[in-house]
Design a protein around this ligand. Structure first.
Ligand SMILES: [Zn+2]
Length: 313
């Protein structure tokens, strides 16, 4: 499809999550101009999800009185592995019915907008690296702590993809020999200790059934010993993984984002302490641990940046 790039003035970014679909319109300078979101129709099948995405894109263009011809490209971040070269979504663990979906070509044939699809953790890493907390760094690990634990790796200024575009699955780094089984097929994966579900279970055991992670952070900030011990254990598990990763990759910075990162100091102090104690001296002294700067918009911003990389007619 040919497009007159001179008339292109906007980029469409789509963050297709397991809970919500977010769609945003960006200027070519990556300023967000408008946005829409809706719950992901997870239980209604693949087609319903694709229709929801297309309707939101159409809705956004129509309310801004913009034609599809003014869009240079779209980026779609998805929560699962993507065959990047073929632009095929392998599967989405938390959205049933997605297996080998050529999402990019489905999207482009439906609305005429060129499109790039990638894994959401990679898009978030691209965003933090280009415009957020890892800006200026050449070697960065961008970690997302939420229901899932994932990462995007920037090595020598480039997003590292691995042989199957599957690099960065730090949530599935095994911490020991015989820990709990993981749906990925492994055992003792970091996500089994530091994913939202595991943390909440630990927090409830330590601090009572009505605890939330937000309350556990507030208690720790107020000096509550049980809460401090809970975050110390959590940050030790994550810190072990980060120390190993620092020794291997020697990053300048580890950016920590996702819902769990709002725990703030009780988590970050523990991570820094573990890194200094466990990583090798050169790598441990080098690496900074910082909170993600772009918050929950990182996925959308990364999708817009990825789309710009594909801005070609
Ligand atoms: Zn696993």
């Amino acid at each position: 499809m040919k497009k007159n790039l001179k008339s292109a003035r906007f980029i469409v970014a789509i963050d297709l999550g397991g809970t919500n679909i977010k769609v945003a319109l960006f200027s070519l300078g990556f300023k967000m101009r408008d946005r829409l979101s809706c719950p992901t129709p997870v239980l209604h099948g693949r087609q319903a999800v694709i229709v929801a995405v297309l309707e939101m894109v159409a809705g956004l263009l129509s309310r801004r009185k913009i034609s599809a011809g003014s869009i240079s490209a779209a980026g779609i971040g998805v929560p699962g592995p993507v065959d990047f070269d073929r632009q095929v979504v392998h599967f989405l663990p938390n959205i049933p019915g997605w297996r080998n979906v050529p999402l990019s070509s489905v999207f482009t044939s439906a609305c005429g907008i060129p499109c790039v699809v990638d894994n959401d953790a990679k898009m978030m890493a691209l965003a933090e690296y280009t415009l957020g907390a890892a800006k200026g760094s050449r070697n960065a690990v961008c970690l997302t702590l939420g229901t899932g634990v994932g990462a995007g790796l920037i090595i020598e200024g480039k997003l590292y993809r691995g042989a199957d575009n599957a690099a960065g699955e730090i949530g599935h780094l095994p911490l020991n020999e015989n820990g709990p089984a993981c749906p990925c097929g492994g055992k003792a994966c970091l996500e089994r200790y530091a994913g939202n579900g595991a943390l909440l279970k630990e927090a409830r055991a330590a601090l009572g059934a009505s605890i939330t992670l937000e309350k556990a952070s507030a208690l720790a900030a107020g000096g509550n010993r049980k809460a401090l011990r809970f975050w110390r254990t959590a940050s030790t598990h994550i810190g072990i993984a980060l120390a190993g990763l620092s020794n291997v990759l020697n990053p300048d910075v580890i950016v920590v984002g996702g819902g769990v990162s709002s725990a703030g100091r009780p988590l970050f102090d523990g991570l820094k302490e573990n890194l200094l104690r466990r990583a090798m001296p050169v790598q441990g002294r080098r690496v900074k641990v910082v909170r993600a700067a772009l918050g929950s918009d990182a996925g959308l911003i990364g999708a817009a940046l990825a789309a710009a990389g594909r801005t070609r007619a």
